[in-house]
Design a binder for this molecule. Structure first.
Ligand code: ATP
Ligand code: MG
Length: 138
């Protein structure tokens, strides 16, 4: 089992000034930052990242949203990282997210839901490598 996951603080949360507060929640939950950067995805790169959702009706909206402003991408380390981080961020739809979760606190809707978390160890590695070279992962 891997002990790493990958996250992005999405453009909605960046715009609202929640980056620092979200990083603090991540830190308080015991995750170590193994890589981090702020960047603005092109529509092409956002589409590539979410290619798995290409056939879904919300794909166009998702690509537009994810490329509309800066994000913060990070690789996080902790025991049981993937599962524990999904618990910390809460359900995809903030209306269904548990109290105290990052999406409950900071997300507005199912589309603009503040933060991404990898859904498997394999995807965590693929997604981390999408953003960070080996020299940038500590
Ligand atoms: P993420 O992969 O970003 O961590 P998730 O795993 O909780 O989110 P997915 O099913 O992988 O959810 O969907 C990826 C993203 O696509 C969601 O986070 C959200 O931004 C967007 N999305 C998902 N479902 C919808 C929907 N019904 N309408 C609009 N956008 C959606
Ligand atoms: Mg997902």
């Amino acid at each position: 089992m891997s002990n790493r996951t990958f996250t992005m603080i999405k453009p909605d949360a960046t715009e609202k000034g929640y980056t620092g507060a979200i990083l603090e929640k991540i830190n308080a939950a015991g995750f170590r930052i193994a890589a981090i950067k702020m960047l603005h995805l092109s529509a092409e790169k956002a589409g590539e990242f979410y290619a798995v959702h290409k056939e879904r009706p919300f794909y166009g909206e998702l690509v537009e949203f994810m490329s509309r402003g800066p994000i913060t991408a990070a690789i996080l380390e902790k025991e049981n990282a993937v599962e524990d981080f999904r618990k910390l961020i809460g359900a995809t739809n903030p209306a269904q997210a548990a109290e105290g979760t990052i999406r409950k606190l900071y997300a507005a809707s199912v589309g603009e839901n503040a933060i991404h978390g990898s859904d498997s160890d394999e995807n965590a590695r693929i997604e981390g490598d999408f953003f960070f070279s080996k020299l940038e992962q500590f």
